[in-house]
Design a protein around this ligand. Structure first.
Ligand SMILES: [Zn+2]
Ligand SMILES: [Zn+2]
Length: 323
């Protein structure tokens, strides 16, 4: 079968690989569609050199179960259920956990053997393309769940790429006032479409000054989704005292906490917990993932898809891969 194999930085190609072994309780899932995520791009750009060469990448995808014919979203993290972290509701850190597309072969392959408990059925009113973008919705739900905002609270979101735009949508659903920050106007136009109360183009305006002016005392919550050390380092100046900061895009950078008294900072990149809720929100049209799709490629054109995500002039947001 064909699969997208990681061979090294800027070296991810479609190769012929052996079929997966369907053993024990596993079932075969035939790949239908998926999307490229920031994590895949970290690998492509050679930013995560610890990645094992020869692994199949991809962790946001769906397919059809060969045994039942059902459309299913594949959850990329498998946890044991009884280790220290699992018992504390933190399956992402399971000591026996597997992370498809990062520590185990991922989903950009024609076939994948999966445990039925890692498969979420897709309702008929979720389209084939929509079902390809579930992981960032699940992450956005988890982040907002950690922040626990009240109606009317200020949430400043740095970066309005696919993840930032989904944070904007879900913060709106929670009744927050959203300040969306990005460097690109085409992204900020979408933030406005998704209901952001204020947008800041940080190329033209001082984001810290504007946020402090709008919120009076600093933002109740700050989400870093731009993925740069510069934006990470900005967060202590944006958050109010005893506010909360979620670092979603990047965690490196120096945090000067001089004026961020009692503020809480945490990192988070993925969550397998909210997958069923994410699919349900898409089905109920409460979250729009379709509007984030800018490009579509076939699995065979995988390299071209990666290059497109890396070309700013293409104005990429979500790039979809189909069989
Ligand atoms: Zn991802
Ligand atoms: Zn565990």
């Amino acid at each position: 079968m064909k699969a997208a194999v990681y061979r090294g930085p800027h070296d991810i190609k479609i190769e012929e690989v052996p079929e997966p072994e369907v053993s024990g309780r596993k079932v075969l899932v035939k790949f239908k569609a998926g999307s490229i995520c920031g994590t895949d791009m970290h690998l492509y750009r050679g930013e995560w050199k610890w990645m094992k060469k020869g692994l199949i990448i991809g962790h946001d995808a769906w397919g059809v179960r060969e045994d039942t014919g059902e459309r299913v979203v594949m959850v990329p993290i498998v946890n044991c259920g009884h280790c220290y972290y699992c018992l504390r509701g933190l399956p992402t850190y399971c000591v026996r956990g597997k992370f498809y597309g990062l520590t185990r072969d991922g989903f950009f392959a024609e076939n994948k053997a999966m445990l039925p408990r890692s498969l979420i059925p897709i309702p008929s009113n979720v389209s084939d393309e929509e079902a390809a973008i579930v992981e960032p919705v699940a992450l956005a739900l988890r982040v907002l769940d950690y922040l626990k905002p009240n109606v009317g609270d200020w949430v400043t979101i740095l970066g309005q790429g696919p993840i930032g735009l989904l944070m904007t949508q879900i913060a709106q659903l929670k009744g927050c006032r959203v300040i969306a920050v990005d460097l690109e106007d085409y992204r900020l136009e979408l933030s406005q479409k998704y209901g952001a109360d204020s947008v800041i183009n940080a190329q033209k305006e001082d984001a810290v000054k504007t946020v402090r002016k709008l919120t009076k005392r600093g933002s109740d919550f700050v989400i870093e989704a731009a993925g740069t050390t510069r934006t990470v380092e900005q967060t202590p100046y944006l958050v109010r005292k005893a506010g909360k900061v979620a670092l979603v895009g990047e965690s490196k950078g120096y945090l000067n906490l001089e004026d961020a008294d009692e503020a809480l900072f945490f990192t988070i990149y993925i969550s397998p917990v909210e997958y069923p809720s994410a699919v349900e929100l898409i089905a109920r049209k409460l979250v729009d993932v379709k509007g984030l799709i800018t490009h579509r490629f076939k699995l065979a054109e995988f390299e071209k898809a990666l290059q497109t995500v890396d070309t700013l002039s293409e104005k990429p947001l979500k790039v979809i891969i189909t069989q």
